[in-house]
Design a protein around this ligand. Structure first.
Ligand SMILES: *[C@@H]1O[C@H](CO)[C@@H](O)[C@H](O)[C@H]1NC(C)=O
Ligand SMILES: *[C@@H]1O[C@H](CO)[C@@H](O)[C@H](O)[C@H]1NC(C)=O
Ligand SMILES: *[C@@H]1O[C@H](CO)[C@@H](O)[C@H](O)[C@H]1NC(C)=O
Ligand SMILES: *[C@@H]1O[C@H](CO)[C@@H](O)[C@H](O)[C@H]1NC(C)=O
Ligand SMILES: *[C@@H]1O[C@H](CO)[C@@H](O)[C@H](O)[C@H]1NC(C)=O
Ligand SMILES: *[C@@H]1O[C@H](CO)[C@@H](O)[C@H](O)[C@H]1NC(C)=O
Ligand SMILES: *[C@@H]1O[C@H](CO)[C@@H](O)[C@H](O)[C@H]1NC(C)=O
Ligand SMILES: *[C@@H]1O[C@H](CO)[C@@H](O)[C@H](O)[C@H]1NC(C)=O
Length: 585
């Protein structure tokens, strides 16, 4: 009937009816997608509720959202310091951890764009000189800047050396790279590596002839007006923590939060290019706009060449399934987070069909996430000051980034106030981490304590010093800048435990194999978790000795399927162990 009616009315009437239909369609569209302002107000309420989730306490949180070159949302929640009760605002400083890796790739993009003689694919020895080498000839001849930035080197992470700090500069770290062992052959598997990013920072120093600290400030921070952004080491040196968030940890989500010691951050002095940038919501909004505008500042001036910067946003390497623990099976209500590969300092993936360029950061209680949605010229940054515990902080960020992602791409939310707190349930239950079962601590060492005393060296990691304290008759160890504590005997003669005191007192027991040679103690092997080989420290090793150490596995620790049945004390160790390996990701 309607069709018939329409055909018999005049042309003018057709036009009018068309307009009405068009208006109706608009009306339907607006009701389906409330205007941006309303959605941002709802986001504020949503985050306030999220801060109250019983199962997932958050001390303080900062959020910024950008769209089409504007900062459309920038706000702090909760407390920046539990003791003083001061509130987080949009200028409160948080350590962004591994998001710093994208600053390193952006800095290198800015340098490379000006040079004819170096590119992402220049072999490292062409930049660092013929004295630079890896342990094997093939890597030395082949490895490029891109291999470093895309985590393709397959080298070990040297976890304990990073966590306990090394009193060396980046040039010395570059020299020691020849002692880093292979976990996977070059370019065969994605293997996330922190020291290698610090080396990439050193490459910038060599190419541009200035310290990384100066280069990043001159070429990225200052041009972008990121005037509040600082480096952890500077804040420590100046004792200037004005509007700086204190970070926290917990082992028990309903229990108390403990403050991280500032001393722990000293290890980020060396590793600034991998994780030491400290920023706030307003500055990180400037940073997101820079990336979304193809490397321009707020006035539209090119800071970094668009083409060179875009390469850092391009997947260069596929990642093994589940690396980021995103659940990719189709039991989510929407196609959610997919991380498909790694660019240079960025995870590359999709969110509900839209391209997403992202990086997380996790360091000493701080957890952060930055997501860019280039297709809709939008981005979101969040950072929290804890309390850190395995996995839990990651969820807060995932939930907010999903919510903001929906707003930016103009879709309905799939999370609500209830599921925001239970996420990733009801869709997915995170598997319990595998446990490391500790050998029982015993009362006595199998031999005279003085036999253990000495300096045990590792070419890449430095020295472990073991000494007997004559006053309390206990054995102590020290390693790096902040690693120190007790040496404890176990029921197994060839196994001891290292128990940290001081700033790392919360750290899990370090299981250590003791190797004897000719009746004397020859080496200690600090166990990490596979595929990372243990770090072996040898008695009296001189840095001029030939390097005979090959990766090997000790046998004084067992890995079981689940922490169930373990004592609570053991469970704490398991959680801690998990937290310790997910450092600077
Ligand atoms: C930052 O927070 C202040 C209040 O602390 C607010 O007035 C200001 O609008 C915020 N800035 C942005 C860009 O949202
Ligand atoms: C940053 O500092 C510079 C130099 O003092 C100043 O010109 C610029 O306006 C500042 N930028 C912002 C965003 O505050
Ligand atoms: C601390 O640093 C901030 C920013 O870097 C600076 O504005 C402030 O003056 C400094 N305060 C002190 C006490 O040094
Ligand atoms: C967690 O801490 C709370 C409060 O301190 C305590 O009541 C509870 O027993 C603790 N839970 C575990 C599993 O230790
Ligand atoms: C929240 O979402 C879940 C899962 O989609 C649904 O089962 C639940 O009814 C929703 N709750 C409210 C209050 O809408
Ligand atoms: C736990 O151990 C099992 C068996 O060794 C292994 O297949 C699984 O990948 C491990 N899970 C994690 C989270 O490491
Ligand atoms: C380790 O100690 C020895 C002295 O036993 C010293 O010669 C060497 O330089 C030290 N190595 C490092 C990496 O500090
Ligand atoms: C030895 O232990 C005693 C008691 O714990 C302590 O006071 C002293 O400082 C220690 N000495 C050294 C050299 O570490």
């Amino acid at each position: 009937m309607k069709v018939l009616c329409l055909t018999c009315i005049s042309d003018m009437k057709v036009a009018m009816v068309g307009t009405i239909w068009w208006l109706l369609a608009c009306l339907v569209f607006t009701t389906a997608s409330p205007d941006l302002q309303q959605r941002l107000q709802d986001l504020d309420t949503f985050v306030q509720n999220l801060m109250k989730c019983q199962s997932r306490p958050v001390v303080g949180l900062t959020v910024s959202v950008v769209k089409d070159g504007q900062t459309i949302f920038s706000k702090g929640y909760g407390q920046r310091d539990l003791q003083t009760g001061q509130a987080v605002d949009n200028r409160t400083l948080f350590c962004v951890g591994s998001i710093s890796k994208s600053f390193t790739s952006a800095l290198l993009a800015s340098i490379l764009a000006e040079r004819e003689d170096v590119s992402w694919d220049t072999v490292l020895t062409d930049i660092l000189g013929p004295s630079f080498r890896f342990r094997d000839q093939f890597r030395t001849k082949e490895a490029t800047l891109r291999d470093l930035l895309a985590h393709k080197t397959g080298l070990e992470n040297l976890v304990f050396a990073v966590r306990m700090g090394q009193n060396i500069d980046r040039a010395e770290l570059g020299r020691r790279m020849q002692y880093y062992r292979q976990v996977f052959p070059l370019r065969t598997l994605f293997y996330y590596n922190n020291p290698v990013y610090t080396l990439a920072g050193h490459v910038a120093e060599k190419v541009a002839g200035k310290p990384y600290e100066t280069l990043l400030r001159e070429r990225v921070l200052r041009p972008l007006g990121m005037n509040d952004t600082v480096y952890m080491a500077e804040a420590l040196k100046d004792g200037n923590f004005s509007n700086f968030a204190q970070s926290y940890r917990t082992y028990n989500l309903t229990g108390p939060s403990k403050a991280f010691s500032r001393e722990e951050f000293r290890v980020l002095d060396l590793h600034l290019p991998a994780g030491g940038v400290v920023s706030n919501a307003l500055d990180m909004a400037r940073y997101m706009k820079f990336h979304l505008s193809g490397g321009r500042d707020a006035a539209g001036r090119a800071v970094v060449s668009e083409g060179t910067l875009r390469q850092t946003h391009t997947a260069d390497f596929l990642m093994p399934d589940g690396f980021t623990m995103d659940k990719v099976e189709p039991d989510w209500p929407v196609e959610v987070a997919m991380t498909q590969g790694y660019g240079m300092g960025w995870w590359i993936g999709t969110y509900r069909g839209y391209r997403r360029v992202q990086h997380s950061g996790s360091v000493e209680g701080f957890s952060s996430l930055l997501s860019l949605f280039p297709g809709v010229s939008g981005g979101v940054f969040t950072s929290a000051n804890g309390p850190s515990s395995p996995e839990v902080n990651r969820d807060v960020h995932q939930v907010i980034h999903s919510q903001v992602g929906d707003i930016l791409i103009g879709k309905h939310h799939w999370l609500n106030a209830t599921t925001a707190c239970t996420y990733p349930e009801p869709w997915w239950t995170r598997p319990e981490p595998n446990s490391t079962v500790l050998p029982e601590i015993s009362y006595n060492f199998p031999r005279d304590k003085r036999d253990y005393e000495g300096v045990y060296g590792n070419y890449a990691g430095g020295n472990v010093t073991i000494s007997l304290n004559k006053t309390d008759d206990k054995l102590y160890f020290s390693l790096g800048l902040i690693g120190r504590g007790l040496v404890l005997p176990t029921e197994s003669a060839d196994c001891i435990l290292l128990r940290c005191q001081g700033p790392l007192a919360y750290f899990p027991y370090i299981v250590t194999d003791v190797e004897e040679k000719d009746g004397k103690i020859f080496s200690f092997s600090l166990q990490i978790s596979p595929p990372e080989p243990p770090i072996v420290f040898e008695q009296g090793l001189k840095l001029t000795d030939p390097d005979p150490t090959e990766p090997k596995w000790g046998d004084c620790t067992g890995v079981s399927g689940s922490p169930r049945g373990a004592t609570w004390n053991n469970v704490i160790m398991i959680l801690l162990f998990f937290a310790s390996i997910s450092y600077l990701i």
